[in-house]
Design a binder for this molecule. Structure first.
Ligand SMILES: NC(=O)c1ccc[n+]([C@@H]2O[C@H](COP(=O)([O-])OP(=O)(O)OC[C@H]3O[C@@H](n4cnc5c(N)ncnc54)[C@H](O)[C@@H]3O)[C@@H](O)[C@H]2O)c1
Ligand SMILES: [Fe+2]
Length: 383
């Protein structure tokens, strides 16, 4: 048994305070950095949870003047960021704390970018070379994850959609890495089973896709294999009988997934993104359903990689086929569907989904090339 009551420090890729109760260190951290006027960015659900009120009270009791911005969409859009930026300036803040899942942390990061960078927000889109405009300092930025999924707490990018088209854009800069992460598994203790399952499968997808992605990056690959192992041993418990052990392992493994996917992602994320744009499907759920199908597509020619994944998962049979079977079983065990039709996808959606998937930015890093026809077949298989 690992003692998760102890708070540990990791300085990779930024300073991470990880352990039960780590968030209690926030007031002292702010004071020691001369920050008395933070803006907390969160979402409309988290703002009403008990732990959020406790965090806010702990700051108020130390004479730290807190303002909260929580007016954000489930899949965040540009106008959320603009509103938050205006609120930051109007209330004269000196720092930004993102508290929540990937959505809240992404908006917090995008607001941090917005403050000293007045161009149109999407001029900073990484896919059109926008990072070259990120030249100024950003406010002191802190992240506090409350889901174990995206790993956005250690990310350098924010995924923000266009208001009208819902097309997702990526804002990126190394300057957008949080100065410190307070990763406190106690904040995820009451995360509902469905969100635990869906966000956890997002984290598993990050680790698996990063491990097999194109390129030579043994650092990321080592982290990804260990992430796979931790999630595999803890996700069912975190969903069905949560305790500090399972919650802690999921939290650190989701953060590891985001470190690992610097190497790249692949076909599964490209299958998943169009489902969120078209049908507002939760990102993790979209990945969870597509994961076994996308992995089955990748086995042929990459058997050695899948043998290592099977080993990390401690499967009896060390093969790609066994990994794929295990993924189907895992989805069932944690109460997630294994078919797209269960999330209201219809055959008539598949042509548009395939058009969007082939234009997605993730699959160029997939270990083997993916054509539009491959996407169409994969959607049909999963239907
Ligand atoms: N920046 C990145 O690298 C990156 C990577 C992948 C995805 N994303 C983005 O992240 C978002 C998805 O993030 P997510 O999967 O964490 O989901 P989320 O942020 O949408 O959170 C899921 C739900 O859980 C609720 N919630 C959060 N913490 C809770 C808690 N402790 N207890 C109870 N409920 C809680 C939220 O209010 C929300 O309703 C998407 O917008 C996606 O585009 C970002
Ligand atoms: Fe993801």
């Amino acid at each position: 048994m690992i003692d998760f009551e102890v708070i540990r420090q990791y300085n990779f890729p930024t300073t991470i305070r990880f352990g039960a109760g780590a968030v209690k260190e926030l007031p002292a951290y702010l004071i020691s950095n001369g920050l008395r006027h933070p803006l907390i960015v969160t979402d409309p659900t988290v703002v009403n949870l008990d732990f959020f009120k406790t965090i806010k009270n702990s700051l108020n009791s130390k004479s730290i003047s807190v303002e909260v911005f929580h007016d954000i969409h489930k899949n965040p859009v540009k106008s959320d960021v603009l509103k938050g930026g205006d609120f930051y300036s109007k209330t004269k803040r000196d720092s930004i704390i993102g508290v929540g899942g990937g959505a809240a942390m992404d908006v917090a990061r995008a607001i941090a970018l917005r403050i000293n960078h007045p161009r149109d927000l999407f001029d900073y889109d990484d896919l059109i070379g926008g990072d070259k405009y990120v030249t100024e300092e950003v406010p002191h930025f802190i992240t506090i994850p409350t889901t174990s999924g995206t790993g956005s707490e250690v990310g350098r990018s924010a995924i923000i959609a266009e208001d009208e088209s819902h097309k997702k854009r990526i804002l990126f800069s190394p300057k957008l890495l949080a100065k410190i992460v307070f990763a406190d598994p106690l904040l995820t203790m009451d995360l509902p089973a469905f969100i635990t399952a869906a966000t956890g499968m997002d984290a598993l997808t990050h680790n698996m896709e990063a491990y097999i992605a194109k390129g030579f990056h043994p650092l990321c690959e080592g982290i990804a294999l260990q992430g796979i192992s931790l999630i595999n041993e803890s996700i069912a418990d975190a969903v069905n009988t949560p305790d500090l052990q399972s919650r802690s392992k999921m939290m650190i493994a989701s953060l590891m997934g985001a470190v690992a996917f610097q190497k790249g992602l692949g076909v599964v994320h490209s299958l998943a993104h169009p489902l969120s744009s078209m049908l507002d499907t939760h990102h993790g759920l979209a990945n969870a359903i597509n994961l076994p199908y996308g992995m089955r597509f990748n086995v042929d020619g990459f058997e050695d990689r899948f043998r290592n994944i099977a080993r990390a998962m401690e499967l009896k049979e060390e093969s790609g086929e066994a990994v794929v079977d295990h993924l189907f079983e895992l989805n069932k065990k944690i109460g997630l569907p294994i078919r797209l039709r269960d999330i209201k996808v219809k055959e008539e959606h598949i042509e548009t989904l395939s058009d969007l998937a082939i234009n997605d930015f993730c699959h160029p890093n997939n270990p083997k090339p993916v054509t539009r026809e491959n996407f169409r077949q994969l959607y049909l298989e999963a239907l």
